[in-house]
Write a protein that binds this ligand. Structure first.
Ligand code: AMP
Length: 416
């Protein structure tokens, strides 16, 4: 079922959203992006004459009630954004009466799901090494089913609009879907957009396809690099991993960040790219600094000729041109991870060159997806969010999807 085809009139919808918003010391929301992200779905249900039961997690209360993570703190903000009063159920597993009393157009927000260990389904207070762990886990899986069934009993239909947790098989993100038939469960608008964006880069690829992987380490990106190797035409590897590649090829990288146990892996990636006909673009020059700080002295040197005591913190001018050339003609673009230590204003040039080339390609009709925390922070820092096709809201979930893994939250609704 899809949210556009379902008849919400007179029905109650239980909606899993990601309201895990950052709060300051006074419990005030400091960034409401996630609430705004769920509004189209929530408003659609209300506009069609349905009633809403909204559920979410906040923070990591680890299966215990903790006022610091109470969703009661966001009731007013949700109410204001939805434009209707929002009722609050202080115990998410004991909200049957409040849910039953809901009338058309009314909204009930459930307390933090993670106050119950059943939400994540992990046994608490027992070590993984403990011989009794396996039994505890089995028992927890059973009570997770009960918990999910209780949540499901509140409503006529289920909507999952929490992409940020779609890579987890939790009660509210996946198990609950077992208690609704196909006709009564669906993805929300945000989830649909995220799934479509991933399909654009993994399935319906318009060529040439350029992927840009940056960040600090090869090791955390290797799953994605391997999955993309079969799909891309151009693969730019930048950021801190540049120096693992440079050292693997016999270069001197000074104090630059290097994973010494990944040198062979770097050589294997170079070989794989050759074998698969992928144009692998690695940095040739870099901006080296004599200190890991914004005000360090700098010089431009080849990536394999960094003097002792210096470290590469950004892509050099020649490299920036190579990156731009591999991006500008592309029709599909994925960017994850900055090309330098973009948090320091003096080392943003590499990431900025990438962002500008992506904006240009997008204006020329390319589909561009930016995802993973730091590249999103980068695009926002440059004020260029409007110039790319799609910015993913899901860090871990997006990365797992790009690795080619099935997301339990999506599979529970759409099948494998
Ligand atoms: P990741 O979380 O792996 O995507 O890495 C993001 C981080 O990589 C950012 O905080 C950047 O500052 C950092 N980074 C990018 N380039 C470099 C570099 N040349 N040296 C050290 N850190 C870097």
């Amino acid at each position: 079922m899809t949210i556009d085809n379902f008849k919400f009139d007179g029905k109650k919808a239980i909606v899993r959203v990601d309201f895990n918003v950052p709060l300051n010391e006074e419990g005030k929301i400091t960034d409401d992006t996630r609430i705004r992200g769920a509004l189209p779905t929530l408003k659609k249900v209300l506009a069609d004459g349905g009633a809403l039961i909204i559920m979410s997690h906040m923070g990591k209360p680890k299966g215990k009630v903790n006022a610091k993570y109470s969703l009661s703190q966001i009731v007013d903000a949700v109410s204001e954004k939805l434009g209707v009063p929002v009722q609050f159920a202080p115990d998410c597993a004991k909200a049957a009466d409040a849910a039953a009393a809901l009338k058309q157009g009314e909204v009930l927000l459930l307390e933090n799901l993670r106050f119950y260990p059943e939400e994540e389904g992990k046994p608490v207070g027992i070590d993984k090494e403990d011989p009794a762990y396996a039994d505890a886990k089995k028992a927890m899986k059973e009570s997770q089913k009960e918990f999910s069934k209780t949540l499901a009993s509140y409503a006529d239909c289920y909507i999952n609009d929490a992409f940020g947790t779609a890579h987890r098989r939790h009660a509210s993100t996946a198990v609950i879907a077992d208690y609704f038939d196909e006709e009564n469960k669906m993805l929300g608008y945000l989830m649909e957009k995220e799934v479509q964006a991933v399909d654009n880069i993994l399935k319906d690829i318009k060529r040439p396809f350029t992927a840009i992987m940056g960040g600090s380490k090869v090791s955390t990106k290797i799953g994605i690099i391997e999955n993309l190797m079969d799909k891309v035409d151009n693969l730019i590897l930048c950021g801190g991993m540049t120096y693992t590649f440079a050292k693997a090829q016999g270069g001197h990288v000074g104090n630059s960040i290097v994973e010494d146990d990944k040198l062979q892996l770097a050589l294997d990636i170079i070989e794989q790219a050759k074998a698969k006909g992928v144009n692998l673009v690695l940095g040739t020059d870099c901006v080296a600094a004599d200190d890991f700080s914004n005000n360090a002295n700098t010089q431009v040197v080849p990536v394999g000729e960094i003097p002792e005591g210096w470290e590469g913190l950004d892509a050099g001018p020649e490299t920036r041109k190579l990156f731009a050339a591999a991006i500008e003609g592309a029709k599909t673009i994925l960017w994850n991870g900055p090309a330098g230590v973009f948090e320091f204003d003096n080392f943003t040039a590499g990431s900025r060159a990438i962002a500008e080339a992506i904006a240009k390609a997008t204006a020329d009709g390319a589909f561009s997806l930016i995802g993973g925390g730091d590249s999103v922070a980068c695009i926002n820092k440059f004020g260029m969010a409007e110039q790319v096709s799609y910015i993913s809201t899901g860090g871990g979930a997006l990365l797992e999807a790009i690795e080619g893994k099935v997301l339990p939250g999506v599979a529970a609704i759409k099948g494998e």
